[in-house]
Design a protein around this ligand. Structure first.
Ligand SMILES: Cc1ncc(COP(=O)(O)O)c(C=O)c1O
Length: 435
């Protein structure tokens, strides 16, 4: 990296000073939490599959170098600083492109919309854009309500769809109670339990929203046939099926979609809505999407094309990035690479689990999205810290703290997988005596 530029943008102040500023002006509980973990925590240099933290805050405390298996929940699918993406952003900026103007039509929204339609499961051809995953989920629930003229929404216990309005309402109580946002029209049922859905579905439900692989709930893998049955139930009751692939989509499973052949190769379920985020931006320029079947459009926009807008959602620059990112990640060679690396990673994790069965219940996952379940929440959290100290960034699932979620960048190479596994094994070994 160009040292002059680095000094202007990374490590502008000491970690100690930055922590003070962060606590004072941004979020003091977060600073307290990380200090309690005893970790250097401010993100510094980042490249490919690795990140570094800034040095300090204690004198002589070195910067940590970490393999990024958190990838911000699927943002860094292409690793950090993918040069093809960086270059196209520079070119787009040099050409004079900016976020566009939501009053007008956008060349790049049209081009990205076409590209997404070409990649979606058949029949999902329309797209509306956002900046965050929560915004895209809000759009899907909002559009479902407009189409069905119903208000109710069913989601999964432990699932996570973001912290905005409807997305928050579809999440767990822990995130919403403080904000007085327990809306009676929003109900949660256990994930993977078709009987629970049958008990709660009725002809006044607007939508069911599910992650294909719920990450925060513990990287849960539904039994084969579950999503097909959800589809049937939705059809029977005229309910919209919303699939959130913010984390599990875009090649994470080794298939472009998780719902359409990624979970079980021959099970190809077509939802009414597909929500994407995170990896769409390649971590370079934010953009998210909510794609849906065309029959829904008329009910949403009626006669007012401005009834649903987002000034910065679907910016021209974001669309340019997303188009390039989709080209890279939908390439069969790329997806094959994910499958191969996923096999290695999954096998390695299974071996670690088998060798440490006193503290690990098991592992589950698809492609490069894996959960490792420990015997207790305490062990899960200790394992997370121990593995970070060995140089692998990952974390426990937000709504299931006994399970670590591990998602290497999709560009990870065989040697890197081997090194990551070695470090995970070492981290686990160091807490085994605590069982
Ligand atoms: C599955 C899923 N959906 C939606 C979201 C919300 O995305 P954002 O944080 O960009 O609003 C997240 C974020 O972690 C997520 O994991």
């Amino acid at each position: 990296m160009n040292e002059g530029l680095k000094n202007r943008f990374i490590g502008t102040l000491s970690q100690k000073e930055l922590l003070k500023l962060y606590a004072k002006h941004v979020n003091s509980p977060k600073v307290r939490l990380f200090k309690g973990f005893g970790l250097g925590v401010i993100l510094g240099e980042r490249k490919g599959v690795k990140i570094k933290t800034l040095a300090g805050p204690k004198p002589n405390e070195p910067s940590m170098e970490l393999y990024n298996c958190h990838v911000c929940g699927g943002v860094y699918n292409l690793g950090h600083g993918n040069q093809k993406i960086v270059q196209i952003l520079k070119d787009a900026l040099d050409s004079g492109l900016d976020i566009g103007d939501h009053l007008l039509l956008s060349e790049w929204r049209a081009l990205l919309g076409e590209k997404i339609a070409g990649l979606m499961p058949p029949g999902i051809t329309k797209t509306t854009f956002g900046v965050s995953g929560g915004e895209a989920v809000d759009s899907a629930i909002k559009f479902s309500r407009a189409y069905t003229k119903r208000k109710k929404c069913i989601s999964a216990i432990g699932g996570f769809h973001g912290h905005t309005g409807f997305a928050l309402a579809a999440g767990d109580p822990g995130f919403k109670e403080n904000f007085l946002w327990n809306l009676s029209d929003f109900k949660q049922v256990p994930f993977g339990d078709i009987d629970a859905l049958k008990k709660n579905i009725s002809d006044d439900v607007a939508c069911i929203i599910l992650e294909t692989i719920p990450a925060s709930a513990g990287v849960l893998i539904a039994q084969e046939g579950y999503f097909s049955e959800v589809r049937e139930l939705c059809d029977d009751f005229g309910v919209m099926m919303i699939i959130d692939e913010v984390q599990a989509g875009l090649g994470r499973t080794g298939h472009f979609w998780a719902i359409y052949g990624g979970l079980y190769e021959h099970e190809k379920v077509i939802p009414d809505f597909m929500v994407l985020g995170k990896g769409m931006s390649a971590g370079i320029y934010p953009i998210t999407t909510c794609s849906y079947k065309p029959f829904i459009e008329k009910a949403v926009f009626k006669d007012d094309p401005f009834i649903h807008i987002s000034t910065t959602g679907g910016s021209d620059l974001g669309c340019v990035i997303a188009c390039k990112m989709l080209d890279i990640q939908s390439d069969p060679k790329f997806l094959n690479h994910v499958t191969e690396m996923g096999k290695l990673f999954g096998k390695g994790l299974e071996e670690i689990a088998d060798d440490n069965s006193e503290i690990i219940n098991g592992v589950r996952g698809r492609g490069l999205m894996w959960g490792m379940e420990f015997n207790s929440e305490t062990l899960g959290q200790l394992a997370m810290l121990s593995i970070i100290k060995e140089g692998v960034l990952q974390n426990y699932c937000g709504n299931k703290k006994d399970t670590l979620i591990m998602m290497p960048p999709l560009i990870v190479k065989e040697k890197e997988i081997e090194e990551i596994l070695k470090r995970i094994r070492e981290g686990v070994k160091k807490i085994k005596h605590l069982a």
